[in-house]
Design a protein around this ligand. Structure first.
Ligand code: T46
Length: 358
């Protein structure tokens, strides 16, 4: 099995690459990543010399590059994670989300389709036999929930609200369209918010950890009433392994931990955890909480119904949230150099600008 994983140097991608490289020594894993600001090969330092692992630097918006790569390497499968993922950035720069998430996904579909249809052993209806194109997506495509009894199901209509979620919804539609039109063997999953090691500190949990450590304000958008459903990233990687190997072609699987938190409650839990870990008096970090102007078009609540993947494919989360959060905080405290590296330079200018503009 020659398996292409895109976006493998990013947060979720790095956990997927590590899992596949270590669990499937008989597979050849190719990690294609552009190494944008959020891609970091340090995330994979422990497996970079594995004999079944190859890193390829490249950009999925470059169709020619992808066609050449697929001509050179006969991939059997693709797990596509490469994406621009930060909602706030999508509000200030929607076009980069269109390019990477929509154009990049269609380029990848074309490259896979063309190479699989043209391969010598393939032909006619059998062109796609043994092949699999897996698109890893987000629950944000379903929009925002307002009724506490409602959950996102695989059958929930798409209603994306941000430029980011619109770009992911479009890419999901393209993947399904290629499955329908060209009979490509596709499978999709839509996951809730992830957290854990390697999380880039533009997202809520690592940003708060970083700001608590450095005694900076903790910017809570609006009143902090928005709700997110959090899943430990390693459990998401396990779910991706499950969907890739057991998922039924043409199907979509929602992934989540049935673990909803109001932002402000989560920030308080993080403050208490950090006070304890840093030996600060209780209540110290919470004094840094600062309510700031709300995110434009801020989705109120995401909540995933993950029953389909649990009952049909047998996946379930392995960690309770409190345990996962402890592990995450411990990882950030033990990896100060990682955090210092990713928060130097352009990060300072970008985030200072974001908060002073609010
Ligand atoms: C960065 C930040 C965020 N927030 C709020 C905004 C959200 O209600 C919540 C989480 O925000 P974050 O940007 O970490 O994540 P989401 O906007 O929920 O989106 C994330 O989860 C989905 C599934 C993806 O698909 C996205 O790729 C991923 O980024 O905290 C704040 O209050 N302050 C802050 O400084």
């Amino acid at each position: 099995m020659k398996l292409l994983i895109t976006g493998g140097a990013g947060f979720i991608g790095s956990h997927v690459v590590r899992l596949f490289v270590t669990k499937y020594p008989e597979y050849q894993i190719y990690n294609l990543d552009k190494l944008t600001y959020a891609g970091n090969l340090a995330n994979l330092a422990d497996i970079e010399d594995a004999p079944n692992y190859t890193f390829v630097k490249g950009d999925i918006t470059d169709a020619k590059f992808l066609e050449d790569m697929f001509a050179e390497i006969p991939f059997d499968g693709v797990i596509h994670l490469a994406a621009e993922s930060h909602v706030d950035r999508s509000i200030t720069d929607p076009m980069s989300f269109v390019l990477t998430n929509v154009v990049g996904t269609v380029n990848l579909l074309n490259a896979a389709k063309n190479s699989w249809q043209n391969s010598e052993t393939a032909g006619g209806a059998h062109a796609f036999e043994g092949k699999r194109f897996y698109h890893v997506s987000t629950d944000e495509v379903y929009g925002s929930l307002h009724n506490p009894d409602e959950f996102f199901l695989e059958t929930t209509s798409y209603d994306p609200q941000s430029p980011y979620s619109a770009s992911k919804a479009a890419s999901d539609h393209f993947v399904r369209a290629y499955g329908n039109t060209y009979k490509m063997p596709v499978v999709l999953s839509n996951c809730s918010n992830n957290y854990g090691p390697n999380h880039f500190p533009e997202k809520l949990i690592p940003l708060m950890i970083h700001n608590i450590q450095t005694n900076k304000p903790l910017p809570v958008y609006g009143k902090g009433e928005n709700v997110r459903d959090w899943l430990f990233v390693v459990d998401h990687a396990r779910a991706i392994d499950t969907v890739f190997h057991k998922g039924v072609l043409g199907e979509t699987y929602n992934i989540g931990g049935f673990n909803e938190w109001k932002n402000i409650d989560l920030v308080h839990l993080l403050c208490a955890t950090m006070d304890r870990k840093l030996g600060r008096p209780e209540g110290t970090s919470a004094q840094l909480i600062t309510y700031v102007t709300d995110r434009a078009g801020h989705d109120l609540r995401y909540a995933i119904d993950a029953n389909k993947i649990m009952t049909e494919l047998g996946w379930e989360p392995s960690l309770q949230f409190e345990e996962g959060l402890e592990k995450t905080v411990d990882w950030f405290l033990a990896n100060q150099e990682w955090l210092d590296n990713v928060t130097s330079g352009a990060y300072q200018t970008y985030y200072k600008g974001m908060y002073t503009n609010r």
